[in-house]
Design a protein. Structure first.
Length: 702
């Protein structure tokens, strides 16, 4: 019988012998020692674990694995799901004082209260938790339940941008926990070697850029929050010492595992959960366990160890179809079906629940579940009821149909796969994805559309206000060697000009500004359109390249820094910034060209000759549109005509050779015959009244 370490339930059902090594004195991993009991009752968790153990799983508690590869001497496969038990401290003075704790250690001690003296360290003390996520909330609420005289939280983020769910923060405040947002921490203060507080400074935190916090300290705001105990809750990471430098990692932070099979670089060792992904949700770790079980089974099915494939080859699983709804459809469904609010489970009152670790939220009643089910959006995901087959009289629906490859014999091929736009965050200094009022040109195009998310109203995403000053930044992802895209995308200048004019037409108070390097207005009437934008619509054109964008921490407006034509550094405030993103071939397009043997240039566009712009490197295969090179719609249309002409010329000699002439019966001479009238009826509703006898039809005809 094969022996497997970890991920017991799925594998034990398949007949494998499974052993679980647990470093803690209680089973359950992070679910048991990282989530407080008031969220996940331990008796319920233990009941689930006992049910799994009863199937024959061998559980070894207090067994820390020092070298995971050593287990392969006794086991055929190993699944590493070690969690993320190491907390992180900020490197500030005083972080090593005896009253300074890390949230992972603190929550572990709280969960194992029977063997811990943590309550004596918290009771009747002032506790300050540093962090703004859900784990920080857990540490703060647990401190309240451990008898702290006062509990506070402080974090970099503003109250509105705290990582914790908003309802979690409200629950914490209901329990008397004070929240100090928008602070950076300078020092844990002390007296005679014991904590007295945390020295903080107010900040305008803008977010994280490439993993680093982006903020400015506000002068004159330094203060000390008095406390006796400090708990760091700013993050956690896996302990990778058990890998013994033999299993590959991702920059030394997490285990490197294949996303489909969860296999590592060491044959026989799989890994999943927080040790691979970093901290996520319990359901993600459970899903990783199921995925690993399938991979381990596929690996162990091959009896001969020497010939086992690595990574293992999984059998393809046919999935049920999934509904794909665009935002407009989703909004319509929600408006039609979800007028009733979502039922919220009843919570114990704050004064009652903070006295113990009993579960806070109750379950829904049967009546509430029924009402919740009525909110179903009916997204159209197939449940195989076959009612559509019954309703379709044409017989056009076949549930047994499957995708298949078809070979089509053709004389010529025209490639028109289109393009994708450059991602807005290709220039991180512009703040796309960090500042809500920085959007791409494609997003702004949708905002201006009558069928778009704002019904054509020009407004800011951050607060739905009406922006007055709008900046367009050209050449984002084009003509930029630093991005690896030194070509011009051709259309950006004119579509930015068009969007500026449309924004002005939608709201006359708008003041558009376009920051450009060169205006490329080649095309019929394009230059005149550019001149009209300046003279008739007041669009301001500034020749420069913007260096960076910052968000004003109070107004959320955007401070654009640029070098003007006189060489002066200027910082100007705008309500909205639009990034004019360029064109690139999609990954799928480049892969298609590779499969077909079509040559592409360094940027992935189809390679053609200057005087044969529609001919690819492969005879009989033609190209038109942006895949041949960036261009606008009129040029694409004219090039499409050229590609069709080339393709038609190639197959001209075969024209008509595959056409079968339809033979009709010979006409009969009926000039001497008595006239006859034919009446041909289509199927009619059973409720309709029709003439049913020849006499009735005769009456109708007369």
């Amino acid at each position: 019988m094969h022996r497997v370490s970890r991920r017991p339930n799925d594998l034990i059902r398949k007949g494998y012998s499974v052993t679980v090594f647990e470093a803690q004195p209680a089973p359950g991993g992070m679910m048991r020692v990282g989530i407080p009991e008031y969220r996940m009752p331990y008796d319920l968790l233990q009941r689930e674990i006992d049910e799994i153990i009863s199937r024959g799983v061998e559980l070894k508690l207090n067994h820390r694995v020092e070298d995971v590869t050593g287990l392969l001497k006794d086991f055929d496969a190993v699944f590493v799901a070690a969690g993320a038990h190491i907390g992180i401290k900020l490197p500030i003075p005083g972080n090593d004082l005896p009253e300074v704790h890390i949230t992972t250690d603190f929550l572990r001690e709280v969960s194992l209260t029977g063997t811990s003296n943590i309550q004596s360290k918290i009771a009747n003390k002032r506790v300050l938790v540093l962090g703004g996520g859900n784990v920080a909330i857990d540490a703060a609420m647990s401190s309240v339940r451990m008898g702290a005289s006062w509990v506070g939280m402080s974090c970099l983020e503003s109250r509105e941008k705290m990582p914790a769910h908003d309802w979690e923060v409200r629950d914490a405040q209901d329990e008397g926990i004070d929240v100090y947002p928008s602070r950076t921490f300078k020092e844990v203060t002390n007296k005679d070697g014991h904590v007295t507080g945390v020295r903080t400074v107010d900040v305008n935190f803008r977010g994280f850029i490439e993993g680093r916090p982006d903020f400015d300290e506000i002068p004159g705001t330094e203060t000390v929050i008095p406390c006796d105990v400090v708990i760091f809750a700013i993050g956690q990471k896996p302990d990778l010492t058990l890998l013994s430098n033999k299993v590959e990692t991702v920059r030394g932070r997490t285990v490197a595992a294949d996303k489909d099979t969860l296999s590592t670089n060491v044959p026989g060792i799989f890994s999943g959960g927080d040790v691979v992904t970093g901290t996520t949700f319990v359901v993600d770790a459970i899903a990783a366990g199921h995925k690993a079980a399938r991979s381990i089974e596929a690996y162990l099915k091959q009896e001969d160890k020497e010939t086992r494939a690595w990574p293992p080859v999984l059998e393809s699983i046919e999935r049920l179809p999934e509904a794909k709804l665009d935002p407009v459809q989703a909004k319509q469904l929600m408006e039609a079906k979800s007028q009733a609010p979502r039922p919220v489970p009843e919570k114990r009152g704050a004064e009652e629940r903070k006295r113990d670790f009993s579960e806070v939220e109750a379950t829904l009643t049967e009546e509430e579940v029924i009402e919740a089910a009525k909110r179903c959006l009916e997204c159209g995901i197939c449940s195989e009821c076959l009612q559509c087959v019954f309703a379709c009289r044409a017989g056009a629906i076949n549930h047994d149909d499957r995708e298949k490859m078809v070979d089509v014999k053709v004389g010529a091929v025209i490639l028109t796969p289109g393009f994708k736009t450059v991602e807005g965050n290709i220039r991180p200094e512009f703040g796309y994805g960090v500042y809500p009022n920085v959007v791409t040109s494609i997003e702004f195009e949708r905002m201006l559309s009558a069928s778009g998310p704002y019904a054509g109203v020009v407004q800011s995403p951050s607060d739905a206000g009406h922006p007055r000053k709008i900046a367009f930044i050209q050449c984002v992802g084009s003509r930029d060697i630093s991005c690896g895209q030194d070509y011009c995308s051709s259309v950006c200048c004119m579509y930015a000009t068009k969007e500026a004019i449309i924004a002005k037409e939608h709201a006359n108070f708008v003041e558009p500004t376009i920051f450009y390097m060169d205006i490329r207005a080649y095309g019929k009437g394009f230059d005149a359109y550019y001149e009209r934008a300046k003279s008739e619509y007041g669009v301001r054109f500034i020749r420069c390249m913007v260096s960076r964008i910052r968000e004003h921490f109070k107004t959320k407006n955007l401070l654009v820094t640029y070098l003007d034509e006189e060489g002066k550094i200027v910082e100007e405030e705008f309500d909205l910034v639009v990034l004019s993103v360029g064109m690139v071939p999609s990954k799928e397009t480049v892969e298609m060209a590779k499969r077909m043997g079509i040559e592409v240039d360094a940027h992935g566009f189809c390679k053609t000759k200057p005087f044969e712009p529609t001919s690819t490197s492969k005879p009989g295969v033609y190209v038109c549109g942006v895949f041949q090179g960036p261009k606008d719609i009129p040029e694409t249309v004219s090039q499409a005509s050229g590609a069709v002409a080339d393709a038609a010329g190639l197959i001209a000699s075969a024209r008509g050779t595959m056409v079968t002439k339809k033979e009709y019966p010979p006409e009969a001479d009926v000039t001497a015959e008595e006239p006859r009238i034919g009446v041909f009826l289509a199927s009619v509703s059973s409720s309709a009244t029709v003439a049913s006898t020849s006499e009735e039809w005769s009456m109708c005809l007369r």
